[in-house]
Design a protein around this ligand. Structure first.
Ligand code: FME
Ligand code: ZN
Ligand code: ZN
Length: 341
């Protein structure tokens, strides 16, 4: 959906929202997850109320209000509604950014989702951690389950898992000590998959472990990959492969040279909003936009709200939601009139 500016030759602005949501475990919800029940206190309960139907609707409402007020922006706005973000965006934004139609949009700056903030402040994300999904495979000697079989796959795998988890503990301590400020500043690593074995009395010849690793943009990814090699190659017969890997993880620099950030911040300052800036702990479509060297900010105008994305009973209060529309009106008027650079 495009709202053409008065200077359509200028680089445009992309307002991106993914339309997919994650699954629900309905039995844990107090109200139907797809009913959008509004409680007396204004809380609207539903899957996607935070992630990110709210933002998609707020873009539309904000544009509609600006048009009704007779506002014309210099720059063109493109509202994009994309699929598959929750499963990596591989058939969504990842493909789109390489498409001719994307290039034809001539995008100079993008807004996409952020996270709720539990305090009165709003969080703005200028980068993300690179998601890496890694499978560690071990092969070893099989045999009868009644014997002391040596060099088994599972034992080797366990020793390698210990190395991965020691690193996990070290990063966790970094965060707990305060040396690293937020989750986005450390590398997280979780053992999320374990596979191996076919029958109780057979020592398996193969076993594997799957890790979800999230790496801050300040970490040298080449060096980190080498480290994975060191941990795995310490055991004969253990290898690793990438199930999903993100490289070229760029940040959007928030300094005075970034006219988009200045315009965004000016609009927020004018509304007396408190902003905090962070690295996004998970992965959104913004990473594909930044990979094309297009500056992007992750922002969901949700404050005083617990972070419930992907959780049971995800909700957003009506008042917070409606205020967010006004926030976008100010932000769009500011970024939409950034003069030619
Ligand atoms: C490896 S891409 C996965 C993308 C997903 N995004 C939202 O939750 C995430 O797990 O961060
Ligand atoms: Zn999302
Ligand atoms: Zn999500």
């Amino acid at each position: 959906m495009s709202w053409i500016g008065t200077s359509p030759e200028l680089p445009s602005i992309m307002l991106n929202a993914h339309t997919d949501v994650v699954p629900v475990f309905e039995e844990f919800w107090t109200h139907g997850p797809f009913d959008a029940t509004k409680l007396e206190n204004g809380d609207i309960i539903g899957r996607g109320t935070q992630d990110m139907k709210c933002v998609a609707i707020q873009y539309i409402e904000a544009v509609r209000n600006l048009i009704a007020q007779g506002v014309r922006l210099a720059r063109t706005l493109h509202l994009t509604f994309v699929p598959d973000e929750e499963i990596g965006g591989h058939s969504g934004m990842e493909l789109f950014v390489d498409h001719e139609r994307f290039k034809a949009l001539n995008i100079g700056f993008a807004l996409d989702e952020g996270l709720a903030n539990e305090t009165d402040a709003f969080t703005v994300y200028y980068g993300e951690r690179a998601p890496w999904w890694v499978r560690v495979k071990a092969v070893g000697r099989p045999g009868h389950g009644s014997r002391f079989v040596e060099n088994t796959a599972t034992e080797k795998l366990m020793r390698v898992i210990e190395k991965f988890l020691a690193f996990r503990q070290q990063q966790k301590s970094l965060l707990e000590s305060g040396e690293a400020k937020t989750l986005g500043d450390v590398t997280t690593l979780n053992l999320t998959m374990l596979e191996g074995g076919v029958q109780f009395n057979i020592v398996p010849a193969e076993a594997s472990a799957g890790f979800d690793i999230r790496i801050p943009p300040t970490v040298d990814l080449v060096e980190f990959e080498k480290q994975l090699g060191v941990w795995t190659s310490s055991e004969e017969g253990v290898t690793f492969e990438f199930v999903s890997k993100f490289e070229n993880n760029q940040m959007t620099v928030l300094d005075d040279n970034n006219v988009w950030w200045k315009a965004f911040k000016t609009a927020c300052d004018a509304q007396a909003l408190t902003l905090v800036t962070e690295i996004f702990p998970a992965a959104t479509d913004s990473r594909y936009i930044r990979q094309k060297s297009i500056p992007a900010l992750g922002f969901s105008p949700i404050n005083n709200t617990p972070i419930l994305l992907h959780d049971h009973n995800e909700f957003l209060n009506e008042a917070v939601f409606v205020r967010g529309v006004t926030v976008y009106e100010h932000v769009l008027k500011s970024i939409g009139n950034v003069p030619p650079q």
